[in-house]
Design a protein around this ligand. Structure first.
Ligand SMILES: Nc1ncnc2c1ncn2[C@@H]1O[C@H](COP(=O)(O)OP(=O)(O)OP(=O)(O)O)[C@@H](O)[C@H]1O
Length: 774
């Protein structure tokens, strides 16, 4: 009973003892905490060493691997080039020899043409001579004919006279008895003493004489008539027999007429033949055209016309056969066309006027030159092929070069080198108006060239964007960096360049956000990634937005009088992570909320119009987005920070026309940028001392340049020659930045450490700590 009572009785510990006990427990906890912290530090140190060694080994392996690959590629490329050069020289020689052959042939052709022209002239001359001869002979013949006719006329007259005489003599016979003396005298007068001397009677003698004479005349007349009839007949009949020897002009005339008839008959025959040929050719031409028209769609789409679609054997031919058929038809068509042309020329008596390709075509058909022409065509084909091969080789070489640069960038990336993108903006209105020339050009994905008075200068970057590149193009690769920030890395993206080169356009976008820049796109990307991984991670997003104006940090979330009084300091934590002490940090649960904060901050930013830019930023804009993500599977927590910086541009007072306040702003901007330049130079030269403390800007960017961040620099340049000096300076600085190595580390804590940290925070804040917390 007593024991039960004792059990029920409450045990009271004196206050001092309890306090002592609590103190002891607190002391124990503190010791435990210290031990834990030591363990954590040790673990972190071990992890860092291991990861660094591991990283270095990996980098070395990758480096040697890619170097080997590069060497091999280079060797292949050299071999290719050698081969191409050999082939080139071989083909050049062949082309030269064929060209020479061609020239000789052309000369021969010219000589042949001259000869035929001379022959034609000669023939023309001879023809003219012959015609002259014929015409003179014809004239002679005509005159001969005329004299014959005259003679005939005379003979007829004489016959008339004789007939008259005969009539008179018959009258005299009738009156013989009565008037014998009178008639005897009359006959004496007419026929003279011949009749008297022959001893005939007075009436018979002159009659017989006249009869004989008449006979003679008749005979001569008949002879002449026969001659003329024969001559006339000779004109009608093609080949008249020559029964008797004839005067040479008659023979000649007959021969000429005979030949003329022969030619005439041949000409008409030839005409007929020509007409037939023309008709046949027209038919053949029409047929060939018809078949070709019919066949064209088959060859255009061979694959569509399969056998099953077309039962016609012609259509069911293989595509090769159809191609050869088509070729044959085309040749036939060409032949028909040329024949047509030749026949037309023959018909109208014109000489053909051929153009060089037509002549070539005819030459190709000529037996003598056929092989040379064919050879020439084959060579031309081969040349085409070679050119194609060459083009492909150049393409291969270019893609190889780009690949090499890509791998080089990848290796650099792995080494922790800062990435640098170059963006060339389009010519602005003022530059065009003052007649500026474009001197900055994107050569390929990784190279940019600048025309300088000393010649062309080339710069290499991780990416080069031309004036045509869109905001999407620029942001494409940046998504990976956003993912890194969510994974717990410290990421910084900043734009650098002279005033008016497009930094704000790249980082913020245009005024009405029709072309949003990297910042608003990053806001969306953060929440898109969070949304995608909502089942695996839980992420908290908070942000601060500052501007560095006249070397003073201002919180852009605070407006009015508070903005002037609030003091914002740049601090670094134990891990070297930069943070803004005193700056208001706002949580955002969506991209829209973050964007609204950003718009509020931008509205407070210092912007003024200068001669170089109507909306010139007079301050450096710094946005820090903290991303705390808890792995829902293992409870580990990562802390990433995404810094987005839009720097103010370096400027020359003479160019911008800055005065008073603007001059003060410009001096401050230039001073901070010059300090940034010094840091970049020291880092690239791997100097032992890096002058981060010279400016607030360099302090802010300490973890991004040579620190533990994954950093991307966008160097913006103007394409115009009026900004040559500034462009060269920017590109040189950007090249130096490329040489800087960061050692990016992931800020990840295990579940236990994260819990302990929470407990400590609670204890610090004087909040109760549950068993579950520990
Ligand atoms: N890629 C581009 N495409 C079209 N317009 C552009 C581009 N880059 C810049 N611009 C235009 O050029 C002008 C100057 O650009 P922006 O204000 O971004 O220059 P900046 O480098 O930020 O200058 P500052 O340092 O003076 O602030 C703006 O009108 C902008 O719209």
């Amino acid at each position: 009973m007593k024991a039960e009572k004792a059990m029920d009785a409450k045990i009271y510990i004196p206050y001092e003892s309890a306090e002592f006990c609590i103190m002891q427990i607190a002391g124990d906890m503190q010791t435990m905490k210290n031990k834990h912290q030591e363990m954590v530090q040790e673990l972190e140190e071990n992890y860092r060493i291991a990861s660094r060694e591991n990283q270095e080994r990996t980098v070395q392996t990758i480096c040697s691997h890619y170097q080997n690959k590069l060497h091999a590629l280079k060797r292949i490329l050299d071999l290719y080039q050698e081969k191409v050069e050999k082939k080139n020289s071989h083909w050049e020689e062949r082309i030269n020899s064929v060209s020479r052959q061609n020239e000789t042939l052309q000369e021969d052709l010219r000589a042949e043409k001259n000869r035929s022209r001379e022959e034609a002239l000669q023939w023309q001359r001879e023809k003219n001579k012959m015609l002259e001869l014929f015409s003179t002979r014809l004239d002679l013949l005509h005159s001969h004919q005329a004299s014959t006719l005259q003679e005939l006329q005379m003979a007829r007259e004489e016959v008339g006279k004789v007939q008259e005489m005969l009539k008179t003599s018959s009258q005299v016979e009738n009156q013989q008895q009565d008037l014998s003396t009178e008639a005897g005298h009359a006959l004496d007068n007419v026929y003279g003493p011949v009749h008297q001397t022959e001893g005939c009677s007075d009436t018979e003698l002159p009659l017989e004489g006249a009869q004989a004479r008449l006979e003679e005349l008749k005979e001569s007349l008949y002879k002449r008539e026969r001659e003329i009839t024969e001559l006339l007949d000779a004109e009608q009949t093609p080949i008249p027999p020559i029964p008797v020897a004839q005067p040479p002009c008659a023979v000649l005339l007959r021969t000429v007429v005979e030949k003329a008839h022969h030619v005439c008959s041949k000409v008409s025959e030839a005409r007929l033949l020509l007409d037939h040929m023309l008709e046949d050719n027209c038919v053949a031409l029409a047929q060939a055209r018809d078949i070709l028209d019919h066949m064209s769609p088959i060859t255009e789409d061979d694959t569509n016309c399969k056998e099953e679609d077309n039962p016609d054997p012609e259509w069911s031919d293989s595509s090769d056969e159809r191609a050869s058929k088509l070729l044959l038809l085309q040749e036939t068509l060409r032949e028909c066309e040329i024949t047509q042309m030749a026949l037309d020329c023959i018909r109208v008596g014109a000489s053909p006027s051929l153009s060089a390709p037509e002549l070539e075509e005819i030459l190709v058909k000529g037996e003598g030159v056929k092989s040379v022409c064919q050879q020439f065509l084959i060579l031309q084909d081969q040349m085409k092929q070679l050119r194609e091969e060459n083009r492909q080789l150049v393409e291969n070489y270019t893609s190889e070069r780009i690949m090499r640069k890509k791998y080089y960038n990848m290796v650099n990336d792995m080494k922790g080198k800062i990435r640098v993108y170059c963006r060339i903006r389009p010519m602005c209105w003022a530059e065009t108006a003052q007649g500026g020339a474009i001197i900055v050009e994107r050569l390929d994905q990784y190279s940019v060239s600048v025309v300088t008075p000393r010649g062309l200068r080339e710069f290499q970057f991780d990416q080069v964007f031309s004036e045509e590149s869109s905001q999407e193009d620029v942001f494409q690769d940046i998504n990976r960096l956003i993912q890194s920030a969510i994974d717990g890395y410290n990421v910084c993206i900043f734009a650098y360049g002279q005033t008016g080169s497009g930094k704000t356009f790249s980082m913020v976008g245009d005024r009405d956000q029709r072309n949003p820049g990297i910042m608003p796109r990053a806001f969306n990307a953060i929440f898109d990634i969070i949304q995608e991984n909502a089942t695996k991670f839980e992420c908290k997003v908070s942000a601060y937005m500052l501007e560095l104006y006249n070397d003073r940090l201002q919180d852009l979330f605070v407006s009015g009088a508070g903005a002037q009084t609030r003091r914002v300091e740049i601090k670094r934590n134990r891990k070297g992570l930069v943070f803004a002490q005193g700056a208001e940090t706002k949580e955002a649960s969506s991209a829209g909320e973050l964007f609204a904060m950003f718009q509020q901050a931008c509205a407070s930013r210092h912007i003024t119009a200068t001669k170089m830019n109507v909306e010139s930023s007079r301050s450096h804009l710094i946005i820090g987005i903290m991303l705390e993500s808890r792995n829902l599977t293992n409870g580990s927590v990562s802390f990433g920070k995404l810094s987005l910086v839009d720097l103010a541009g370096s400027e020359r007072a003479a160019k911008t026309g800055a005065r008073d306040d603007q001059l003060k702003e410009a001096t401050s901007i230039n001073k901070s940028l010059s300090a940034l330049g010094d840091v970049i130079s020291a880092l690239s030269l791997e100097l032992p001392h890096i002058p981060y403390r010279n400016s607030k800007l360099t302090q802010i960017m300490q973890d991004s340049l040579g620190g533990n961040a994954k950093t991307l620099m966008i160097v913006n340049v103007s394409p115009c020659d009026c900004n040559l000096e500034e462009t060269l300076t920017s590109l040189t600085y950007a090249t130096r930045v490329k040489a800087i190595t960061n050692s990016a580390q992931r800020n990840l804590e295990s579940k236990e450490i994260a819990q302990l940290k929470e407990v400590i925070l609670k204890l610090k804040a004087g909040q109760p700590v549950d068993d579950v917390d520990i």
